[in-house]
Design a protein around this ligand. Structure first.
Ligand code: HEC
Length: 182
């Protein structure tokens, strides 16, 4: 009995710093996502106001990767967005991301709020973090069911294999996905 207790204490002592690291990494990742999401929303609103939705397509098309990259350069994290219903095929999920996206859908179907779905894991020596992206009203202009004809035409031209339409408010549009080499 005593041996078991000692063993348990040793294991806890070993696990504690690792858990603290994980908490710090999660917090760091969540902070980057908050900035990234905020910057994207600001750019989209500005873009739509300035030139209408067709012009704003360039925001998602060019600024999202640029914003993601600037966060990556600053922080040492890889930052991106992914989805099971892709607009840009180069945002496609890898095996871990695909599993998490399916899990997010299941958790949402079971009643969890899409605003708070997150997942974290260490995969092949990298710490990985994902946070679900719910579909808001603003997103429907380019990801909803009733796109304006000129928006539809531009999207079809830029993304011939586009699957990222037909979303309703509250649907999971995808997820932010971050990773950092440990
Ligand atoms: C003005 C049009 C427009 C609006 C509004 C818009 N998007 Fe997009 N979205 C796009 C385009 C274009 C892409 C492809 C970007 C690329 O090439 O990487 C995209 C890609 C994405 C992706 C990456 C995965 C994929 O399918 O390639 C996510 C996630 C996403 N959008 C979420 C959102 C959310 C959430 C909102 C609302 C806050 C939103 N979008 C609003 C046009 C838009």
């Amino acid at each position: 009995m005593k041996n078991v207790l000692v063993a348990a204490t040793v294991i806890m002592a070993m696990a504690a710093p690792a858990m603290a690291d994980e908490a710090a990494l999660k917090q760091e990742a969540a902070g980057i996502i908050k900035e990234f999401a905020g910057a994207m929303k600001t750019e989209l609103e500005k873009g739509i106001q300035a030139g209408g939705p067709v012009e704003a397509i360039a925001v998602c098309n060019e600024k999202a990767p640029a914003i993601a990259k600037s966060h990556a350069d600053k922080s040492g994290w890889q930052v991106g967005r992914t989805s099971l219903k892709l607009r840009n095929p180069s945002n496609g999920p890898d095996a871990w991301e695909r599993k998490v996206l399916a899990d997010f859908e299941a958790r949402r179907a079971a009643g969890e709020s899409p605003d708070t779905l997150v997942a974290a894991a260490t995969v092949d020596g990298s710490f990985r973090f994902m946070k679900a992206i719910p579909t808001g009203e603003l997103c429907l202009v380019c990801h909803g069911a009733d796109l304006k004809p000129e928006v539809k035409a531009r999207l079809e031209k830029l993304y011939p294999t586009d699957q990222a339409v037909g979303f309703k408010p509250g649907d999971l549009r995808g997820a932010f996905t971050l990773s950092k080499k440990l």
